[in-house]
Ligand binder design. Structure first.
Ligand SMILES: NC(=O)c1ccc[n+]([C@@H]2O[C@H](COP(=O)([O-])OP(=O)(O)OC[C@H]3O[C@@H](n4cnc5c(N)ncnc54)[C@H](O)[C@@H]3O)[C@@H](O)[C@H]2O)c1
Length: 372
């Protein structure tokens, strides 16, 4: 091994379902020096399939057994939300660094517990707030933080999809997910809004459940959904800026492939917008009153995170930016620094999410608790 070879990192994957296959495995697998040493999942059939596809030596139905026998340096936790906390605690106790899927926990109080535990462990802890790595988002972060758009006055955030009326598994039950569309799609937008515009001070909100989702696509009957399909809120940031957010899973006809995702920022010197279906471009406008948006390609330096091993021109641009998340996690472990975003940002986003649900339930403005 040459002296410049990257230090090896042995990783265990816990929960090898949808997002693990789409984002975590392919992101980690391409990083030199990363060895995916074991998989853990409660679903034996899926485990066996993944083992064959990914050629991983060790598989476990019990994550605790995987942690004690394999002793990985790091784990990715990509299970449904209700078990994030117990798996995080087990992994930290076993001495592993942890990348956990969003939302970090079931409610704000739980995320405070998780954050404090992780901080005391001295291990690296990171949130999978994946949209932070969209090239357009990298560029807009630069435009906002460098002051090129001036002072941001208002912004809007929309995630409008069409998932149809059928059952959607664990996502439709509060006991497994914590919340519906808010924890699924909303929490990402809370995170990147705060990353770009600073902390949210107060919110007012509304939620709706439109479908019972008692039928699966193949005709079985399941217990009805007990979480929201749609959520909207107005936020006031500590800076004084405002944000208007809307997320929905039943929005017929929205955007390419029914996957509309917009974040638009209006500043005193200009405006910028990101659209997920075009991750390598932004809409930009200056201060001229008659000036319409122009489509601007994201400059090369913002197409990937620095040092990332992926080629931004290879593969589906809508998938591959997500691999930079794994790069941030492994780089932070190797460099001995806190990853960004860490569980701190997971906790901070959950403080806002809980305030949104409270505001909707009580039909009023709610101040977001001060995050320690
Ligand atoms: N960051 C993103 O963009 C993004 C996108 C989708 C999902 N997610 C998040 O990822 C997580 C997983 O979502 P998904 O869509 O992949 O779900 P999924 O149902 O496809 O996969 C979850 C897997 O976890 C396994 N599992 C459940 N309990 C377990 C346990 N105790 N030990 C080991 N394995 C266990 C299940 O058997 C299943 O295979 C959720 O927290 C979700 O909110 C994030």
């Amino acid at each position: 091994m040459s002296s410049t070879a990257p230090s090896p990192v042995r990783v265990g994957l816990i929960g090898v379902g949808g997002i693990c296959g789409f984002v975590h495995y392919p992101g980690l697998e391409r990083i030199p020096g990363v060895d995916i040493v074991a998989l853990a999942d409660r679903n034996a059939e899926l485990l066996a399939k993944r083992q064959q596809e990914w050629e991983v030596d060790h598989i476990y139905e019990d994550a605790a057994q995987m942690l004690s026998e394999i002793k990985p340096d790091a784990v990715v936790i990509a299970t449904h939300n209700a078990v994030h906390k117990e798996l995080i605690f087990q992994a930290l106790d076993a001495g592993a660094h942890v990348l956990c899927e969003k939302p970090l926990g079931m409610d704000y109080a739980e995320t405070v517990e998780i954050y404090e535990y992780a901080k005391r462990s001295g291990k690296r802890h990171m949130m999978a707030f994946t949209y932070r790595y969209v090239p357009a988002m990298n560029y807009i972060r630069h435009l906002i933080h460098s002051g090129e758009l001036g002072e941001i006055r208002h912004a809007r955030f929309q995630r409008l999809q069409d998932w149809g009326p059928f059952a959607i598994g664990w996502r439709q039950y509060k006991a497994m997910a914590g919340s519906g569309e808010l924890g699924d799609m909303g929490i990402h937008r809370i995170d990147f809004a705060q990353d770009l515009m600073g902390p949210i001070r107060s919110v007012t909100a509304s939620v709706k459940q439109w479908e019972a989702r008692e039928q699966t696509r193949d005709g079985q009957t399941v217990p009805p959904q007990d979480v929201e399909d749609w959520v909207a809120w107005i936020a006031e940031f500590k800076s004084g800026a405002t944000g208007v957010f809307e997320m929905g899973k039943l929005t017929r006809g929205q955007g390419p492939k029914g996957d509309h995702d917009l974040a638009e920022f209006n500043g005193t010197k200009g405006s910028a917008a990101y659209r997920l279906h075009a991750p390598h471009e932004v809409l930009l406008a200056g201060t001229g009153r008659d000036e319409a948006y122009k489509t601007v390609p994201v400059p090369a330096e913002f197409l990937t995170r620095p040092g990332s091993p992926r080629d931004p021109n290879e593969g589906d641009p809508n998938q591959i930016f997500r691999f930079d998340q794994a790069w941030e996690f492994i780089s932070a472990i190797r460099e001995g620094r806190d990853p960004k975003p860490s569980f701190y940002e997971g906790m901070r986003a959950q403080a806002v999410a809980d305030s949104i649900l409270l505001a909707a339930a009580e039909r009023r403005w709610v101040d977001v608790p001060d995050v320690p």
